[in-house]
Write a protein that binds this ligand. Structure first.
Ligand code: CP
Ligand code: NVA
Length: 338
């Protein structure tokens, strides 16, 4: 295929915020239509190109982050992103006690909504995020659960679009565990018309419910969802090769057993050589160098891992702007390069 990187001078104006976006939750990318996902990616592109135009967009707004699991990228990109929009953040470390251990989730929600304007949650159970969204009158954003990592999935397709342009012509091959990141890549890829191949060992495939939803979406968008057990088959001719930890947060006790099972799924130069000559390497990070990916691949010219990390901030800024009712008059109407 010929590769046409995204030309940001062609960015469409974002969908106008207002009642349509404002106050909504993002607990799953299944909450978003394909055109809404497209709008987030477009707005992220404008925000990346013209950050100064958004410096006051969320002035006076306050975001709270509750994290039951560790984080580098997600915490810092939400904090830096919110600050660059003129808003404030408070981080609450929930690593030592699950969010609803001390108090009913509905009571927590009804407190927070009196002080804050949006809630970002990183949890074990997806149900905690769903429950908070059900009870809180303010937007709730999923910053990773055991089931999904929507902000990561949206960002990864933004990064693919920057590299390749038309996502309908892209083949993304994910190799490793059928985990939260794999789920979000399947769901976002299906919405955007991409060919998404996932190779996992038997017993570690993505959840059937997620695959069924991705396949249903793919029927409407022209995406292709393909599952494999052979990593070489999945990677053959792909434009991008993606992997993630073999043992996710909360599965550390399974790490030794998984290391043996997943060994054939390590992304090394031999596996990368089966992808297209222009193929890029992707990882959500943190990476376990020498396990799911070699140093040589991580540090190669094909690796876009730090672009992905940077883009987390731009995409999350677009999400915050839309869900928290960013000031419409402050959206630039000029093109990205005017
Ligand atoms: N990719 C990602 O979510 O990184 P953190 O766990 O560091 O937030
Ligand atoms: N699958 C990994 C992603 C980390 C960003 C985990 O859940 O630990």
């Amino acid at each position: 295929m010929s590769i046409q990187p995204m030309n940001r001078t062609e960015i469409k104006p974002p969908v106008a915020p207002g009642t349509f976006w404002s106050g909504r939750d993002l607990v799953s990318t299944r909450d978003l239509s394909p055109s809404e996902i497209d709008a987030i990616l477009n707005l992220a592109g404008i925000m990346k190109a013209r950050p100064a135009d958004f410096r006051e967009a969320l002035a006076g707004k306050h975001l709270v982050l509750f994290f039951e699991k560790p984080s580098l990228r997600t915490r810092l990109t939400f904090e830096a992103g919110m600050a660059s929009l003129g808003g404030a953040t408070t981080f609450v470390d929930q690593r030592h006690e699950r969010l609803d251990a001390r108090e009913k989730l509905s009571d927590i929600a009804h407190n927070i909504e009196r002080w804050m304007h949006a809630i970002v949650l990183r949890t074990f159970a997806q149900e905690t995020i769903d429950g908070m969204a059900e009870h809180a009158s303010i937007p709730v954003i999923n910053a990773l659960s055991d089931l999904e990592h929507p902000c990561q999935g949206l960002t990864d397709f933004f990064t693919l679009q920057e590299r390749f342009g038309d996502l309908k012509k892209v083949t993304l091959a994910y190799v490793g565990d059928g985990n939260n990141v794999a789920h979000s890549l399947l769901l976002v890829g299906a919405a955007l018309g991409t060919r998404v191949r996932v190779a996992t060992p038997k017993g570690y495939a993505p959840k059937a419910e997620i695959v069924a939803d991705a396949q249903a979406l793919a029927k409407k968008t022209g995406a292709k969802i393909e599952l494999f057990t052979d990593p070489a088959e999945a990677v053959a001719g792909a434009d991008a090769v993606y992997t993630d930890a073999w043992a996710s947060m909360g599965q550390e006790h399974e790490a030794d057993e998984r290391a043996k099972i997943f060994l054939p799924y390590r992304v090394d130069d031999a596996l990368m050589s089966k992808a297209a000559p222009h193929a890029i390497f992707m990882h959500c990070l943190p990476a376990h160098r020498g396990e799911e990916v070699t140093d040589a691949v991580m540090d190669s010219e094909r690796s876009v891992i730090f672009d992905q990390a940077e883009n987390r901030m731009h995409v999350q800024k677009a999400i915050l702007f839309l869900l928290m009712g960013g000031e419409m008059g402050r959206i630039p109407v000029r093109s990205a390069h005017a």
